[in-house]
Design a protein around this ligand. Structure first.
Ligand code: ME8
Length: 640
């Protein structure tokens, strides 16, 4: 049986600017898809690179007084460094200045020329250098570049040029688009492109004579090839055309070109027509994703509103950033970037949901089984419900990924994580530890098998975290070598494995609150203590067992708005406490806080939820603050 292959690309970026978070968005999505395909058993070619020719780069280099290559080299190095920091697993990084690419582009030009689809004429029209795009007079808006992201002045250009017969292929392209519904995605962009083609295609100017920084036209040394004709060909160079027939046969046509919506026109009109002229098959899908916007506008250097991904990685780590990009934005639409939203995702989804699931499961395993995962006994309904959900999540995750609904695929994994957290609450291992050891073994096994599955499912999303979890779970090798079909049957986790308790997977990030102003002492608190309670003796006080506890999970009470349901660690024990603090604290603010509880209070049910203790808080008027030790004290410590 021949090997399944998958070929995908990002655009190749201009080394005229530093890369920003918008570029990281495209590349992170592509990386998650590449990893997903590898873990689904495909041999993958994931291509990215740099688009180094053209007037824009030549001018920038001149401004700096260096050669174009001297100008781009360090920028290209910075691209590679960013991709290393973000854990981007590209298979080929192509630079358009490489000799292998020059040869391919010249050969492409020669073949299309020989076919008669390139001819020489005179170009007279407008050129936008920042966009490296030719425009007709009628397309300009107020005499400026009509690209909504640009709007900068254009230059009148009149020169002898070679032209590519785009117009000749318009009908064939329309037919291809109609008969291949997967070719342009999402659907809305297809309609836009079809309308553009139907409005009439002009032949495209594909050579320039007024500057030199480009690949020479092979039949006419005074011309350099238009930078987009050169850049689009990178996909063929990288796939091995004219150089490695075996590689090319394996990987062409590409399965997916992932591009921003503003360059769809190049990828779904010029590019397929170049391939038609070369008698080569067209890529299966060109997906035009939306922009990452900041305050409603596209993030771009020209607008001065860019966010530096390196700063974010240094502050929060690569995986939280990857997670945010993959989860937060509905793939295809524009999405807003905000630091607050990133921190919220990190604290709620990563520190709270995922980090705590691993942490509390391991703490219990340590306490009850000395960190060795026990053999499960007979499964009960609660366990089977979680197993069924895990299988459903796997199926949906694959369907969503296959269909490029990336954020939905990610959300599925968190459905499993939430279910596993709920499973702990419902099965209450801390009660089973006292009442039913056999059942406890099944529950602990079920949890660790679920954690194994979660580690595999997050492999394409957060590769470093997945491997960290994998090694804490005592499993060998890398998650990247796992295959999703290993999750199809329940029970792949080997009982008897020793698990390690590590530091939290994701430390919480404290949000600096803007309203930290000191509130004046209210009159109520300043009153004389006339409402003092009845005097007690020291023996009365000694009856209270006050302990330091750590909040490991917090969520709203299902039946009462004013209550929160907390899971707290008190020494080796995990307990549930219901507290009336919902008006003062959000659940996600509480995770990780060290508090003081009355540990020997008789358990009670509060609106249907068991509460095993009470937390201490100070209050005055409508203010409330939790009591926390002033120095770090381990949970379980006594308060005297
Ligand atoms: O266009 N949000 O290169 P480029 C999302 N060299 N994606 C964004 C973005 C944002 N705010 N800003 C940029 C070029 N991008 C050509 C491509 S391909 C043969 C040649 C992404 O450096 C988006 O994917 O201007 C866009 O397509 C790409 O960066 C443009 O990068």
């Amino acid at each position: 049986m021949s090997e399944k292959t998958y070929c995908l690309s990002t655009p190749i970026y201009y080394p005229s600017d530093k890369l920003h978070i918008g570029h990281s968005y495209t590349t992170t999505i592509a990386d998650a898809i590449a990893r997903y395909r590898r873990m689904s058993g495909y041999k993958v070619l994931f291509m990215t690179g740099s688009d180094e020719h053209g007037q824009k780069i030549e001018r920038k280099a001149k401004e700096k007084g260096v050669t174009p290559l001297e100008y781009v080299d360090p920028i290209v190095d910075s691209f590679k460094e960013l991709w290393r920091m973000l854990n981007i697993s590209y298979d080929d990084f192509i630079r358009t200045t490489e000799p292998r690419h020059q040869k391919v582009v010249q050969e492409i030009f020669r073949r299309i020329w020989e076919k008669g689809d390139i001819y020489k004429s005179e170009y007279e029209g407008w050129y936008c250098t920042p966009c490296e795009t030719f425009w007709l007079e009628r397309q300009l808006i107020d005499g400026k570049c009509p690209n909504p992201d640009c709007g900068r002045p254009v230059e009148l250009t009149k020169e002898e040029s070679y032209f590519f017969r785009l117009s000749k292929y318009a009908d064939r392209l329309l037919e291809h688009i109609e008969t291949h519904p997967e070719f342009i995605r999402p659907e809305s962009r297809k309609n836009e492109m079809v309308a553009f083609i139907k409005s009439g295609l002009e032949d495209l100017c594909i050579s320039r004579t007024t500057f030199d920084w480009g690949i020479p036209v092979p039949i006419d040394e005074g011309h350099v090839i238009y930078v987009w004709f050169d850049a689009l060909s990178n996909y063929l160079t990288s796939a091995g055309l004219f150089q490695d027939e075996e590689r090319f046969a394996q990987f062409w046509p590409a399965d997916l070109h992932l591009v921003g919506k503003e360059i769809m026109r190049f990828h779904t009109i010029i590019w397929p027509i170049m391939l038609m002229a070369l008698d080569l098959p067209l890529p299966k899908t060109v997906f035009g994703h939306g922009w990452l916007v900041l305050d409603g506008g596209k993030m771009s250097k020209s607008k001065g509103n860019v966010i530096d991904p390196i700063e974010l990685i240094n502050e929060f780590g690569a995986d939280p950033l990857r997670y945010f990009l993959l989860r937060e934005i509905s793939f295809g639409s524009d999405g807003n970037f905000s630091r607050e939203a990133l921190i919220k995702r990190l604290n709620a989804d990563l520190a709270n949901d995922l980090g705590n699931l691993l942490h509390r499961s391991t703490a219990m395993l340590g306490k009850y089984y000395d960190f060795i995962v026990p053999e499960p006994g007979a499964y009960q309904e609660l366990d089977l419900k979680l197993q069924t959900l895990a299988r459903e999540v796997l199926d949906n995750y694959r369907t969503y990924f296959d269909n490029l609904e990336i954020n939905d695929a990610v959300a599925e994994v968190w459905r499993l994580i939430a279910a596993a957290n709920k499973y702990i609450d419902e099965s209450a291992p801390w009660v089973l530890a006292k009442t039913d050891r056999e059942r406890l073994a099944t529950v602990m096994y079920t949890l660790f098998e679920t954690l194994r599955q979660v580690a595999v499912l997050i492999g394409p999303l957060m590769p470093a975290t997945a491997d960290k979890m994998w090694s804490l779970l005592g499993l060998s090798g890398s998650v990247q070598d796992c295959r999703f079909n290993q999750l199809e049957a329940w029970g792949g986790y080997p009982a008897g494995t020793k698990v390690t308790q590590g530091p939290p997977l994701f430390p919480r990030v404290e949000v600096e609150s803007a309203d930290k102003e000191e509130t004046p002492v209210t009159t109520e608190a300043a009153q004389t203590l006339s409402d003092l309670k009845e005097e007690i003796t020291i023996d009365d006080f000694a009856k209270l067992d006050l302990r330091v506890a750590k909040i490991i999970k917090a969520e709203p009470h299902p039946n009462a708005d004013r209550l929160l349901k907390l899971q707290v660690q008190v020494g080796p024990e995990e307990r549930q406490i219901v507290a009336g603090i919902a008006e003062h604290y959000k659940p996600e603010e509480l995770i990780g806080k060290t508090i003081v509880i009355v540990a020997n209070l008789k358990p009670a049910k509060l609106r249907g939820e068991i509460s095993q203790g009470m937390l201490l808080a100070a209050s005055a008027g409508d203010q409330l603050a939790l009591i926390t030790p002033e120095k770090e004290i381990p949970s379980g410590g006594r308060v005297k």
